[in-house]
Write a protein that binds this ligand. Structure first.
Ligand code: NZQ
Ligand code: ZN
Length: 386
């Protein structure tokens, strides 16, 4: 097992009705920015619940944070934060709102142009405005991790940053919030979380036995409940296991002591930046083709995953590994995903060249757990995804 440090200060408050604890969690002596997205929280009553539980607090509202939050929008909130001297932010939403709030938190006291946070993929360790979250969409794990992804609209770049100061102080996770989610977003949540586990698990055989077993248990749970929770979002057993699986998939536990990949996400982010495809759907397009292209590197682990998660059988590693990829694609289809780029856009021919060029400009020469996903391989993966 590789050496590791495990640090996670987020107070995760999980379960039905936990929003009632909100007033005890936010600081008493400062103005609060209440940040949200396009308005779903007005329709499902979550906005009302938040205000009810924050009676007596001085609140400034900031709405309109879009899916795949835009730097340009977030900078408007930064301006308000500075002018109004606000000392705490409450994110009420999914990954986009929470990630957006992480950026606002980092940018308010940043000396220089906050765009640097994104371009330099900075690790923010201090001078952040504290924030908490009320999660409304299980998927990203952003409620219990210190990462965020923000899009610069003017250049169509989707860039990640993070750092130890980017953990939420608290996150309220009430599984009943999924009742108002469109099916598409529940499907996205399952596939995003599933791929988060794969990024930290599907590498090569190593000594971290427990990490593999934890990862496999999250995958098994998502495989079991994923299709059902889409159809029955009011079933609390399904909803609670779905929400907890999403948090566990990316709260910094699974990557401890093991090699990690993350190339599916890096390539996927480009598809969102270019074509606006939902984050999870880009992963369903790229993931299986990355496993196919990197078959020799990943086949032992693919075979293990196939046996333990999908119960495939076969005589050789190659046979089991191939079946594992097919089972994954089957699962993504069952989860309502299209797995080809051409099913989302007609103008896909130049995508591989564009992405390779971008990665090359950024100096990314080799991605993945062995840094052997070269630009040539990236091209192959994207072309296979057309
Ligand atoms: O904006 P509103 O009106 O709230 O509507 C949202 C949005 O349109 C809606 N929604 C959210 N909760 C709802 C609801 N509708 C009805 N009822 C509810 N309870 O759902 C839509 C999508 O929301 P969004 O926040 O964009 O989805 P998600 O949570 O999937 O977040 C995606 C973003 O997170 C980033 C992605 O790249 C993407 O930008 N990621 C963040 C990560 C992290 N911080 O660790 C890791 C991930 O890999 C990912 O990259
Ligand atoms: Zn993701």
């Amino acid at each position: 097992m590789l050496n590791f440090e495990l640090y996670n200060p987020t107070n995760l408050i999980f379960g039905k009705g936990q929003i009632e604890k909100l007033s005890a969690l936010v600081p008493k002596n400062t103005k609060i920015l209440l940040a949200y997205g396009g308005g779903s929280i007005f329709k499902n009553g979550i906005h009302e619940q938040v205000l009810k539980n924050l009676e007596g607090f001085e609140i400034v509202e900031f709405g309109g944070i879009e899916p795949n939050p835009h730097f340009e929008t977030l900078m408007k909130a930064v301006e308000i934060m500075r002018n109004e001297n606000i000392g705490f932010i409450l994110a009420v939403g999914g990954g986009s709102v929470i990630d957006g709030v992480k950026f606002i938190s980092a940018a308010v006291k940043f000396e220089g142009n906050p765009m640097e946070i994104l371009h330099k993929r900075m690790q923010i360790k201090e001078n952040a405005i504290p924030f908490g979250t009320v999660l409304t969409l299980p998927a990203t794990g952003s409620e219990m991790n210190s990462g965020a992804v923000v899009t610069i609209q003017s250049t169509q770049e989707k860039l990640a940053f993070g750092g130890s100061a980017m953990f939420p102080k608290f996150s309220i996770c009430d599984p009943t919030v999924i009742e108002s989610l469109p099916k598409r977003q529940i499907q996205n949540g399952v596939v995003d979380a599933f791929t988060h586990v794969m990024e930290q698990y599907l590498t090569y055989p190593h000594d971290a036995i427990l990490q593999d077993r934890i990862a496999e248990s999250v995958l098994q749970t998502l495989a079991e409940i994923g299709p059902e929770v889409v159809e029955n979002p009011t079933d609390y057993k399904l909803a609670s296991n779905f929400m907890w699986s999403c948090t566990m998939a990316l709260n910094g536990l699974l990557n401890k002591g093991v090699p990690v990949d993350w190339a599916t996400h890096m390539i996927g982010h480009e598809l969102t930046a270019l074509y606006g495809i939902d984050h999870a759907r880009t992963l369903a397009i790229i993931g299986p083709n990355l496993y196919r292209t990197m078959f020799e590197t990943k086949k032992e682990k693919l075979a293990q995953y196939g046996e333990r998660v999908w119960h495939v059988s076969g005589n050789t590693i190659d046979e089991k590994a191939n079946q594992a990829i097919e089972k994954t694609v089957e699962f993504f289809h069952k989860m309502g995903m299209n797995t080809k780029l051409s099913e989302y856009t007609e103008n896909y021919e130049d995508t591989a060249a564009f992405i390779v060029n971008r990665f090359s400009e950024r100096g990314w020469k080799g991605l993945g757990e062995k840094q052997n996903i070269t630009l040539e391989k990236v091209k192959e993966i994207v072309e296979l995804s057309y």
